[in-house]
Design a protein around this ligand. Structure first.
Ligand code: KG4
Ligand code: ZN
Length: 341
């Protein structure tokens, strides 16, 4: 029997410190320490994020190993997020991964965070039926920093076919939520409020962007001006209409996303479809994608909630497939805040 391949994975690109253990493509553990410190500031403060990663990383790795029932000397390789993300945050995970790999004399694997979000669809788990997409596979990646359409031809072979030209979908949720005085991150809060609101109550301008690209900055501005006008007439307009505002905003964002996903599927002829990234947790988006799948005969993949927002399991899964190709990196590797895919 071939020896097991056990990957320790580290994710520290933004404000979640996460460690996971992946064995032969199966997730044995996936621990996430979220940083509450940013809530008071209404957004992620990079300096505080780096400090919190520094405090969290060792305990999170210890817990991930313990939960997986693995000792450090049973790890075959260390995978870490090289970018994109906040440089100070990435440095913590990168340095830890280097130290661990050096101490145990095992390979180091650099992972692209965006590729990893897509690869979360290939995370296997024991004790459940594992359903994974066939190739080629079309994925809508929607997070706080990115909104992309990607064609996946093989595990690590991806082609970017659509991208946002300004804000990301998650940013649109977060910035509009902030304007309404809601806490950070706004996406999940809007999702909750929207479930009780009327999505047709208000209408906001949708961008006219050619091809498969996206734009969200116009929506944010239109939302801001709309509120400013209404607040002039009615100072408690937001409080009175919070649920309807959330539902209408969410509907608009979803329509923008779904219309491009439908177009991408038509243009590529691909009907193996998935969504990934933090915004893929959104109930309305999941419903809309399910509806389109039924209508268009898509084989749809919605990630488990634990794999939607940032997590190390997705880094470990990507690391596992890189390990199979001996795609290792040297110890002179440096993290990259931006990586153009
Ligand atoms: O993937 P992620 O954890 O981090 C990045 O790589 O950016 O995504 C975070 C983003 C935030 O903008 C957050 O508001 C959004 O995902 N988000 C949601 C929901 N849960 C998280 N947006 C809408 N509905 C949700 N349920
Ligand atoms: Zn992410």
């Amino acid at each position: 029997m071939a020896p097991e391949i056990t990957i320790l994975a580290i994710e520290s690109s933004c404000d979640d410190t996460s460690a996971a253990v992946i064995c032969d493509g199966f997730v044995l553990s996936n621990l996430i320490a979220s940083q509450a410190v940013h809530i008071a500031y209404g957004g992620v403060v990079p300096e505080l994020a780096s400090r919190a990663h520094q405090a969290n990383i060792v305990p999170v790795v210890d817990q991930a190993l313990a939960k997986a029932g693995k000792r450090a000397d049973e790890i075959s390789a260390v995978a870490f997020t090289r970018g994109p993300g906040l440089l100070g945050s990435l440095l913590v995970g990168t340095s830890f991964a280097k130290g661990f790999a050096l101490a145990r004399n095992i390979p180091l694997i650099a992972v692209n965070h965006l590729q990893a979000h897509v690869m979360s669809h290939f995370a296997l788990e024991h004790g459940r039926e594992n359903r994974v997409p066939d190739f080629p596979f079309l994925c809508l990646l929607v997070s706080g920093g990115h909104t992309q359409l990607i064609v996946i031809r093989d595990y690590l072979s991806m082609e970017l076919i659509g991208n946002t030209i300004d804000d990301a979908a998650g940013e649109a949720f977060d910035k509009c939520a902030k304007v309404m005085g809601l806490p950070y991150p706004g996406g999940p809060v809007i999702d909750r409020l929207a479930s009780e609101g009327n999505p047709d109550a208000f209408h906001f301008a949708k961008p006219r962007i050619q091809g498969l690209n996206f734009s969200f900055s116009g929506l944010k501005t239109s939302f801001l001006y709309f509120l400013r006008d209404r607040l002039g007439e009615e100072p408690d307009f937001i409080e009175k209409n919070l649920k309807d505002l959330a539902a209408s905003l969410q509907r608009t964002i979803i329509e923008i996303l779904i219309s491009k996903l439908v177009r991408a599927s038509k243009e590529t002829g691909i009907r193996e479809i998935g969504i990934a990234g933090g915004v893929s947790a959104n109930a309305g988006l999941r419903r809309a994608a399910t509806h389109e799948a039924e209508k268009r005969g898509w084989n749809l993949f919605l990630p488990e909630f634990r794999y939607t927002t940032d997590n190390a399991a997705m880094i470990g899964i990507t690391g596992y497939y890189k390990y199979l190709k001996s795609d290792f990196t040297g110890h002179d590797v440096i993290p990259a805040a931006r990586i153009d895919t």
